[in-house]
Design a protein around this ligand. Structure first.
Ligand SMILES: *Cc1c(COP(=O)(O)O)cnc(C)c1O
Length: 361
C-alpha cells in the first residue's frame, strides 16, 4: 500500500522527501557507520546537526541575535507551566482564551500566580478571535499570552493583540513556519514540532535574552529553567536528538521550497481551494468566522452527526485519513499543514463534491 493523504492535526504529515532522506541515512549517517539515533549528543557529528538546524531556523524566521533558540522536551503542554515559572516576576499575567490550548495554559498559570482572562471567545464556541485592540491590561502584568493558531477550532490571529508594551508570549504549535513572522514583536514564541515541523518529542522555544534570568519562581526545577538550557545550548541533558535531526531536514526542505513567503503562498492556495468549496457547498459548512479562518486547520460540518460519521468513514476508505474533528467539537477537520500537497486538498474537495451529490437532498 502507498501513502495516503493524512489530514491529522498532529502528529501530522511530513514531507516525503524528508522521510526518504532519513530512511537512506538510517543505518549509516553519512559514513559514520551508525544512525543519528545511536550517536552521542556530545559528538562532533551531532554538534554539527543541532548547530545547523538552529542556523537554518534562524535564517528562515529571520530571528534577531538577541533571541535564543532552545530545543526542549515535554511538549507544548510543559510550556504552560514553564512560562509562568520563568516569566511571572510580579505573579501576574494576562491570557487571551481562544480555545482549549489557551484555556489549559491559562489554568496552569493560575497555579503559579494571578492569571487574568483579558478576552475570550468561549461565548461562541471559540469560532472567532476576540477584538484585542484595546485590552484592559494591568500595568504590572508580566506578559500577555496567546495561542496564535487554534488547532481544534480553526481560528488564527490575523493581527497580534495590542499588548500596550507588555511582553507577548505565543503558542504557535500549529502555525510554526507556515508564513513569515516578525520575531521582534514577541518575547517568547514556542511550539511543539509535531504539528508542522517534525516528530513528537521536540518543543522549540524562541525567547528574547532579557527574559532569560536566574529569577524564577521558588521551587522551579532545574530542568524547567530557560537559563539552564540557554547556557548549555540545549545540551544541558540529552536532547531529543533524533527529532531535532528531522526538524533540521524539514528546515532545509522549507528553504528549498523558497522559505516562509513561498510557504505562505502554498498554504493560502490550499486553504482557498477548501474554503471556497465550503462557501458554495449545499452540504458542508465551515464553522469559523471568515476573517479569522486558519490556513492550517479547517473544521467543517454537515449539520447532521450521522452524515458526518458516514463522510469520515467513506473518506477513510477513499484514502483520506484523520478527517474526524476533535473529540470535543465533533464534525470534521482537515489539517493542511506545510507538507500537505495542493493535490491532496484538490482530491479531498473532489471527494467532498461527490459525497455531496450522493447525500444532499
Ligand atoms: C497540540 C497542541 C498543544 C499540545 O501539544 P503537546 O505537545 O501535546 O503538549 C498545545 N498547543 C497547541 C496550539 C497545539 O496545537
Amino acid at each position: 500500500m502507498g501513502r495516503i493523504y493524512n489530514f491529522s492535526a498532529g502528529p501530522a504529515v511530513l514531507p516525503e522527501e524528508v522521510l526518504k532522506e532519513a530512511a537512506e541515512e538510517m543505518l549509516d549517517y553519512r559514513g559514520c557507520g551508525m544512525s543519528v539515533m545511536e550517536m552521542s549528543h556530545r559528538s562532533k557529528v551531532y554538534d554539527g546537526i543541532i548547530k545547523e538546524a538552529e542556523k537554518d531556523l534562524r535564517e528562515l524566521m529571520n530571528i534577531p541575535d538577541n533571541y535564543k533558540v532552545l530545543f526542549l522536551q515535554g511538549g507544548a503542554s510543559q510550556q504552560f507551566a514553564m512560562i509562568p515559572m520563568n516569566l511571572m516576576k510580579n505573579k501576574k499575567a494576562g491570557y487571551i482564551v481562544t480555545g482549549q490550548w489557551a484555556k489549559k495554559a491559562y489554568q496552569e498559570a493560575k497555579i503559579y500566580g494571578e492569571a487574568i482572562e483579558l478576552a475570550s471567545s468561549a461565548d461562541k464556541t471559540f469560532s472567532y478571535i476576540p477584538d484585542c485592540s484595546d485590552l484592559d491590561i494591568p500595568e504590572d502584568c508580566d506578559y500577555v499570552y496567546i495561542c496564535e493558531n487554534n488547532t481544534i477550532y480553526g481560528t488564527k490571529f490575523k493581527t497580534l493583540p495590542d499588548t500596550k508594551g507588555h511582553t507577548l508570549v505565543a503558542d504557535v504549535s500549529s502555525c510554526f513556519l507556515s508564513e513569515p513572522v516578525d520575531v521582534s514583536k514577541y518575547g517568547v514564541i514556542y511550539g511543539g514540532v509535531q504539528k508542522n515541523i517534525g516528530p513528537a518529542g521536540v518543543v522549540i522555544v524562541i525567547i528574547r535574552e532579557d527574559l532569560i534570568t536566574e529569577d524564577t519562581l521558588p521551587g522551579t526545577p532545574t530542568m524547567l529553567k530557560y537559563k539552564i538550557h540557554a547556557d548549555n545550548d540545549s545540551l544541558y541533558n540529552t536532547p531529543p536528538a533524533y527529532g531535532i535531526y528531522i526538524c533540521g531536514k524539514v528546515f532545509k526542505w522549507i528553504k528549498k521550497m523558497g522559505g516562509l513567503t513561498a510557504m505562505k503562498e502554498h498554504n493560502e492556495k490550499k486553504a482557498k481551494i477548501l474554503y471556497d468549496f465550503l462557501d458554495e457547498s449545499r452540504l458542508f459548512k465551515g464553522t469559523v468566522v471568515k476573517e479569522d479562518r486558519s490556513l492550517m486547520n479547517v473544521p467543517f460540518v454537515t449539520g447532521n452527526e450521522e452524515l458526518d460519521a458516514k463522510f469520515v468513514a467513506e473518506a477513510k476508505k477513499a484514502g483520506f485519513e484523520n478527517l474526524k474533528g476533535h473529540r470535543s467539537v465533533g464534525g470534521m477537520r482537515a489539517s493542511i499543514y506545510n507538507a500537505m500537497p495542493v493535490e491532496g486538498v484538490e482530491k479531498l474537495v473532489e471527494f467532498m463534491r461527490k459525497f455531496e451529490k450522493e447525500n444532499a437532498e
